[in-house]
Design a protein around this ligand. Structure first.
Ligand SMILES: *Cc1c(COP(=O)(O)O)cnc(C)c1O
Length: 436
């Protein structure tokens, strides 16, 4: 498969170039320029197929010619020390839990794949340095995914504020390959510095600098594997239509689902589940979309005014607006309903949901209650975050204490960065140079 920028039909670039360049020079985002038919695999896989088997088998076809079966096996083995889980609750509902990774959110899947595939692509091509900016637990996910990768150093920039959860034994100062640096500034300063460092050609070439920010397609594309996985687990018992309910913030997860459909997965629709920050629903309905200021909610990862993946979604709608309107259904669920849903799902199924997953669950309930769909649709709800990450809220909703797994408890531990610097390129380059 080849890729292009959302801003132009050419040039076509390889997956390796997409991953290494992160963003095209024209200001767009990379998207697949072709489609690949993955349907053959669905015949040969069933409920017994494991997640590593599925990814190792499908990745070489999806990334035609760029990842051979041996490389794919190495990528899968080194990336995934965690897996998605499909729980069928009844004939109408399944839950796809995606929170078993190091930081307890689905984003661990994309980051883990990207880090492993980078190591594979960079073999024999000299050292490389991945620059990323971190908010929340992203740095832990990156450090976990990149630690010990041959020839790769991962520099993680943090804005002012406490840094938590990193394992200091992985730092360059302790013989590892992770360099956390704190910038006395904002998250935007961190992102600006990354762009400046990449544009400083002599510096970028000396260290082989690239970026692994959230818009890297190398993180988003592999998310389609867990949609395939859910389908393969369910296909032999499916009756009627299949819908995925996805809690949407920057819409990366939903777009990965749409790629899965484009690559041949038989699915009837997607629920774009939002909280009260739902202005983007207008775009999905084909109306004019006017961004609104963000209202803080109990599902903060969905508190987005203008989705950073807008251009990628718009590319789908430009291609076939009518098809898309029958494919994606917007939904909006408020905080109170989210809270009630957490309680209800616990009482009915004994399952704890985090608020983001509860938004998707409630959206699925509403769909099932409409006349058109009543009784004929199976909905897979994406559980994107571990309930223990929002323990206080979930505990209030279900009326009991929430156990926090050790790996998630560790995310709270304070750590010191390798350096604290001013938000200036010279300071960043100096701090990096002093690590070698
Ligand atoms: C990031 C995140 C989302 C939103 O995902 P997008 O790909 O940005 O739409 C939903 N739930 C949780 C728990 C998240 O961390």
């Amino acid at each position: 498969m080849q890729f292009r920028s959302t801003q132009s039909q050419d040039p076509l670039v390889s997956f390796k170039d997409v991953v290494l360049r992160c963003l095209p020079p024209d200001g767009g985002l990379y998207v697949p320029a072709q489609t690949v038919d993955m349907r053959q695999f669905f015949l040969h896989m069933d409920a017994k197929t494991t997640y590593p088997e599925l990814v190792a088998t499908m990745a070489p076809t999806l990334l035609q010619g760029e990842l051979n079966p041996f490389s794919a096996n190495r990528v899968v083995e080194s990336a995934f020390d965690f897996e998605p889980e499909l729980k069928k609750l009844n004939d109408k509902i399944s839950l796809l839990t995606l929170y078993h990774g190091p930081t307890g959110v689905f984003k661990d899947f994309g980051i883990a794949f990207l880090a492993a595939v980078l190591e594979e692509f960079l073999k024999n091509s000299g050292p490389a340095m991945i620059l990323s900016a971190s908010r929340g637990n992203m740095g832990v996910s990156l450090a976990h995914a990149f630690r010990g990768r041959k020839g790769i150093t991962a520099v993680i920039l943090y804005p002012s504020g406490p840094i938590r959860g990193l394992d200091s034994s992985t730092f360059v100062t302790n013989g590892g390959n992770i360099i956390p640096i704190q910038i006395t500034g904002t998250f935007d300063d961190c992102q600006r510095l990354i762009v400046e460092a990449i544009n400083d050609r002599p510096f970028a070439e000396r260290y082989g600098v690239t970026s692994a920010n959230a818009l890297n397609l190398g993180r988003l594309l592999p998310q389609c594997f867990y949609y395939f996985y859910a389908f393969v687990k369910l296909k032999d018992t499916l009756q009627g239509d299949l819908v995925f309910s996805v809690p949407c913030g920057n819409f990366g997860n939903l777009i990965a689902g749409l790629y899965a459909w484009k690559f041949g997965m038989p699915v009837n629709g997607y629920l774009a589940a939002m909280n009260v920050n739902d202005a983007f629903g207008d775009f999905i309905r084909g109306r004019q979309f006017v961004p609104r200021p963000v209202v803080p909610t109990n599902s903060p990862s969905l508190d987005v005014s203008f989705p950073s993946n807008y251009d990628r979604l718009a590319a789908f709608y430009d291609e076939s607006p009518a098809v898309m309107r029958n494919m994606v259904y917007p939904a909006s669920i408020g905080d109170e309903r989210t809270f009630i849903t957490i309680n209800k799902v616990y009482r009915e199924y004994g399952i704890l949901l985090d608020p983001h997953s509860a938004v998707a669950f409630a959206a699925a309930e509403d769909l099932a209650a409409t006349q058109e769909f009543a009784g004929q649709v199976h909905t897979v709800i994406l559980a994107t975050g571990h309930p223990a990450k929002k323990a206080a809220l979930v505990s209030r909703a279900v009326g009991r204490d929430i156990e926090i797994p050790p790996r998630l408890a560790q995310l709270q531990r304070h750590v010191d960065p390798v350096a604290i610097i001013k938000p200036e390129l010279e300071a960043l380059e100096g701090a990096i140079a002093s690590c070698f």
